[in-house]
Ligand binder design. Sequence first.
Ligand code: FPP
Length: 233
Amino acid sequence: MLPRHVAIIMDGNGRWAKKNALSVAFGHRKGVEALREIIRYSSDIGIEVLSLFAFSTENWNRSKQEVNALMQLILEYFNSEIDELNENNVRIRILGDIFGLPQNQRETVQASMDTTADNTGMQLNIALNYGGKDEILGAVKTISKHVLENKISVDDIDETMFEKYLYTAGQPSVDLLIRTSGEMRISNFMLYQCAYAEMLFPKTLWPDYTVEDYKGDLQAFSKRERRFGGRKS
Ligand code: FPP
């Protein structure tokens, strides 16, 4: 069976660059090429939601040069891809605090969400300035405010309500999490949404990850037996 929601941690751009004696910025650029193919294929086969970790709240700690390169790439990506994504009926949502992004990037990503808001095809979530703990704390704060303002009562708080306060409101939970490069961590990505996600950790570095690799991972997912805490009857 096809997963409804696939989340990907595109890891290994830096190691790919080092291996090929290239700059880390070039590694990220190759990473964008890889993601273009994965997005296209996911949309073609009918994945409902694809979530990509592009920039974490911790990535600001990298060198100024690398942060600038990533910010520049994000700008270029949205400017060059928006028309094709829109034609393919893809709806874009940014996961993360876009107010922490530079103005140019913020306006560009906001425009991409506005342009594609009415599309009905694949939901493409791009996590920018995103942290899973941050997302959960943000939801707790807003819910607390709404309780204090008597908009909701404490007894109303259940999973269905809590999920409405997350960036992924209205979307299904993650079925499959893929992290490339062999690292086996989720690094603060979609902590709540991955509660029952199946996880795959292919060794391939992200710039080398192809649609063929992805097909293999989707195949591996289809063989997993999912019990969601229950027992096979
Ligand atoms: C991890 O590789 C990757 C990132 C921190 C950034 C991922 C970003 C992109 C693929 C491009 C930007 C995205 C969009 C949507 C335009 P790493 O640098 O941590 O690799 P390493 O662990 O080998 O150093």
